[in-house]
Write a protein of this length. Structure first.
Length: 490
């Protein structure tokens, strides 16, 4: 796994970002690890830079080669006009181990994990860091490691679990069973819960209203999702209830503020970042999909580059109920003169030049927690409770209340609400379909049911093997104990 073994001090100390996010001077790159973790300021820089990179290249969240786009193309959310081979093989479910996009996702995830492991080791060995900062950094590091492993295990299945920076140990690490990866994720998140404060901290460790550095409730929100995915329904409900019960969070009444830095329902956000010239702030999905980006640059729709050639599956655009404000506020449209296209429009302000008040990438937000708790309740036959949670999200969208009286009704309602509320966010749709049983045949996944019908319409030949992506070719080649997923060339 060559991507994990970059020396710590080369990569810890430089990243451009919104000043409110990383508001401290990075230490000199000539310092060694002992000096880096000598005091609160320099030690905090290690986490700040990891977060800054996750924001500047949000591969595990959004971005044109990120999880949302990749899973959207693989599943039933996105189509593309791109001629880029790596994109086209995602659409046709004909991905090979040499796919550059998947290599980037794997590589970035393990790069973040390596940096986190280095931070944990440095903080634990330090005698110059104050106790509150030590706990904060260890908690954030554990949270970020869990976040990375969550996506790795869901996209690739069994993956190596590395918790050190030892080159040889990591190089020889075998793939671990999915349940063991989840054990590590849960352990990290529970530790993060115990270490992190309920408040949010700035890059200089002062209390802030910005929700960029993860706090206790971010760890709790991700833990509730993990419990749901591992079918521990009671714990999933309990963790979600803990987040929902916090007065810090509430559903934004205005759908157009949900993805702003000031969003009341934001649990964890990633901020816009400076571009190479250092004088503009850039919101990845705002430029990736926004027709406003094209218009402001004098470009015709879909003419700029392959990364602005994706559009929503017409079936997704048609799935919104009449009167759903989410369709009115979160979808845009364009035409190339011959065909009408729907585009995601959750992120509207792709550039800001004066402040940090641009849209923020929503990584964890309250609406997901309500839908998550609704599913956990339904799985425990609390259909009235599930309906209550779903209806809170529906009401914000201007829709009427529903009643549920059976598991069949509940799962159908949840699939609909999660589809239209969380579309193009963090791969939710694809990961949901993979983990849900089929409606007509519970012996297979909902993804298999849907893709058997949908894949041929986009020129794909569906196989169950495509539920997992291939392990990148270079990782199998360089890792003596890394095997390839079934159905792909070894």
């Amino acid at each position: 796994m060559n991507t994990k073994f970059i020396p710590l001090l080369i990569l810890i100390f430089s990243a451009g970002s919104c000043k409110k996010f990383v508001d401290l001077q990075a230490p000199d790159t000539s310092l060694d690890a002992t000096q880096v973790f000598q005091n609160d300021v320099s030690a905090t820089a290690t986490i700040n830079v990891i977060l800054a990179e996750m924001a500047s290249e949000p591969i595990l969240v959004q971005g044109y080669q990120g999880v949302s786009v990749v899973t959207g193309l693989t599943g039933d959310e996105l189509l593309t006009l791109s001629t880029m081979q790596d994109y086209l093989t995602l659409v046709t479910n004909n991905v090979l181990p040499n796919n550059g996009i998947l290599k980037t996702i794997w590589g970035k995830a393990y790069l973040h994990i390596y940096r986190v492991n280095a931070t944990i080791a440095g903080v634990q060995a330090s005698t110059g860091i104050t106790e509150p900062v030590r706990k904060q950094l260890l908690g954030e590091a554990r949270f970020l490691r869990a976040f990375c492993y969550f996506y790795l295990v869901n996209l690739f299945g069994p993956v190596p679990v590395v918790t050190s920076t030892n080159y040889e140990t990591n190089r020889l690490a075998p793939r671990q069973a999915v349940n063991l990866v989840y054990d590590q994720i849960i352990a990290d998140l529970k530790e993060a819960q115990s270490l992190l404060p309920a408040s949010y901290l700035s890059g200089s460790n002062s209390t802030t209203t910005a929700r960029i550095r993860p706090n206790k409730w971010a760890a709790t929100a991700l833990l509730s999702r993990v419990y749901l995915y591992t079918q521990d329904w009671a714990k999933a409900e309990a963790q979600a209830s803990s987040v929902i019960g916090q007065p810090t969070y509430s559903l934004d009444a205005n759908l157009n503020t949900v993805f702003k830095s000031s969003a009341k329902e934001a649990i964890w956000q990633l901020p816009p970042v400076k571009n190479a010239s250092g004088n503009t702030l850039f919101v990845f999905d705002g430029s990736h999909f926004s027709t406003e980006y094209l218009r402001s640059n004098g470009l015709a729709p879909f003419s700029f580059s392959y990364d602005i050639s994706d559009y929503l599956n017409p079936a997704l655009a048609a799935s919104f109920e009449p009167g759903d404000k989410r369709k009115q506020n979160w979808l845009d449209s364009s035409t190339d003169g011959n065909k009408y296209y729907h585009l995601p429009f959750k992120y509207k302000n792709y550039l800001y030049t004066t402040s940090c008040q641009a849209d923020h990438l929503a990584v964890l937000r309250l609406a997901e927690q309500y839908l998550l708790r609704a599913e956990a309740r339904a799985r425990q036959s609390n259909f009235a409770g599930a309906a209550t949670d779903i209806n809170l999200v529906r009401a914000r969208a201007g829709l009427g209340a529903i009643a549920l009286s059976s598991m069949t009704e509940a799962l159908a309602a949840l699939e609909q609400e999660r589809r239209v509320e969380l579309f193009m966010e963090g791969g939710h749709r694809w990961l949901d379909l993979k983990r849900w049983p089929g409606r007509n045949n519970p012996a297979i996944s909902r993804a298999e049911e849907i893709m058997a019908v949908y894949a041929p319409t986009k020129g794909a030949v569906w196989s169950k093997d495509w539920l997992l992506y291939p392990i990148p070719q270079i990782e199998v080649k360089n890792g003596p104990n890394i095997t390839q997923n079934p159905g792909y060339p070894q």
